[in-house]
Write a protein that binds this ligand. Structure first.
Ligand code: HEM
Ligand SMILES: *[C@@H]1O[C@H](CO)[C@@H](O)[C@H](O)[C@H]1NC(C)=O
Ligand SMILES: *[C@@H]1O[C@H](CO)[C@@H](O)[C@H](O)[C@H]1NC(C)=O
Ligand SMILES: *[C@@H]1O[C@H](CO)[C@@H](O)[C@H](O)[C@H]1NC(C)=O
Length: 332
């Protein structure tokens, strides 16, 4: 049904923002939706995590209803997510990923609504931080207070997106190094990876695991065989024109719910990405996976703590950067 398709692509585009925000935060130097520190000195190390100029009441005088305005726009999304929940609870979804259509709409609409009430006041980086929090909460995840006062970067990230994403072929120790360089611990890394309890991945991200893992194994031996088989249907071998609209859920058991099933999946070899599964096979991180799998409250509390840390990584504040009027364009 066309309607359902639209809903799904709507959800995906919101998740995509979360993905880009998070992935860039972690990898881009001074990253984050409003980051973009460019080539500035990086000698200061990564121990300064929360910029003290970020505050809960940053917009108290200038835009007191900021959270409610963003939330109200997001309410449309909640209806869509709820109504499409059963439709997308299939193992593999065929979705329309062409984002220019209604893509990014929640985010842009939230910003436009803010511009009507408090023009030029609330940064896109803060809108994204709040919208991300709302989204996680909307799909069953925890809620936390977002510190505000981020400024939007003046360096375009577009050209850096590709290179800045964490790679599925990285080793756990490479990932640990990466997260550590942003002041995030191993525990933070495992907890944040729990974001893969929602969202999708394209075939190319796990093709090698289901067809040509290495000389000994076709299928990655850490992967559940039946699971690998089911993934082969939507992602055919030697298909050099993999359909970009075909994706698989990152969390095969409860794809639309923010819960700890992602970790329970890992215990059963049901991790989709190689890096997901390695969190369980690698003894360095396995204990954390087990504790999150055992207790959802533990997952939520570590996730929140890590998201709050992440929300302060590499942000611009004060008079750095700008407050973009249109999140798609620099002001000048
Ligand atoms: C630990 C290293 C990580 C790796 C290697 C990784 C890799 C990936 C890959 C390859 C995809 C699929 C992209 C696509 O096919 O379009 C993905 C999706 C996603 N990732 Fe990660 N990721 C990592 C950590 C994180 C973290 C820390 C978060 C958030 C806190 C996160 C949030 C997401 C979300 C929400 C999606 C789904 C996006 C959508 O449905 O459009 N990831 N990730
Ligand atoms: C995706 O949506 C766009 C417009 O929203 C449409 O033009 C395009 O044909 C759709 N693609 C698929 C594969 O359905
Ligand atoms: C991962 O794969 C990409 C290409 O897909 C390659 O450029 C990169 O070097 C690989 N990284 C590791 C750690 O193997
Ligand atoms: C293939 O991968 C498995 C599991 O990671 C490993 O034990 C095995 O040594 C690998 N084989 C080759 C030929 O690299």
């Amino acid at each position: 049904m066309a309607g359902n398709k639209k809903h799904v692509s709507y959800v995906v585009s919101v998740l995509l923002w979360l993905l880009l925000l998070i992935h860039q935060c972690i990898l881009g130097r001074g990253g984050g939706g409003g980051g973009g520190g460019g080539g500035g000195a990086s000698s200061s190390g990564s121990t300064i995590l929360m910029d003290r100029r970020l505050r809960y009441d940053f917009y108290e005088k200038t835009c007191p209803n900021v959270e409610r305005i963003i939330h109200n726009v997001g309410c449309d999304a909640s209806v869509l997510i709820a109504s499409s929940g059963t439709n997308i609870a299939e193992r593999d979804a065929e979705i329309n990923l062409s984002l220019p259509g209604d893509g990014f709409e929640v985010f842009f609409r939230a910003k436009r609504a803010l511009e009507l009430q408090c023009p030029g006041v609330v940064s896109c980086a803060d809108v994204m931080a709040i919208a991300t929090r709302d989204l996680v909460n909307l799909v069953g995840g925890p809620r936390w207070e977002v510190k505000k006062g981020r400024r939007d970067g003046l360096v375009s990230k577009a050209s850096r997106v590709g290179n800045n994403l964490p790679q599925v072929n990285q080793t756990i120790s490479q990932l640990i190094t990466l997260f550590k360089s942003k002041g995030l611990t191993i525990l933070d890394m495992v907890a944040l990876s729990g974001a893969h309890t929602i969202g999708f991945s394209h075939c190319k991200e796990f093709m090698n695991r289901i067809y040509s893992y290495n000389k000994t194994f076709d299928i990655d031996p850490s992967m559940n065989k039946d699971y690998a088989q089911t993934l082969r249907t939507p992602c055919p071998k030697n298909d050099h024109n993999l359909d970009p609209t075909v994706v698989a859920f990152n969390d095969v058991s409860t794809p639309a719910i923010f819960d700890n099933a992602y970790y329970q999946n890992l215990q059963k070899g049901l991790g989709l990405l190689e890096t997901d599964q390695k969190l369980f096979t690698d003894p360095i991180t396995r204990g954390y996976v087990d504790s999150m799998a055992n207790d959802q409250h533990i997952f939520f509390s570590y996730f929140v703590a890590a998201m709050i840390m992440l929300g302060g990584v590499g942000v611009k504040t004060g008079s750095d950067g700008e407050v973009r009027r249109d999140c798609g364009f620099f002001n000048s």
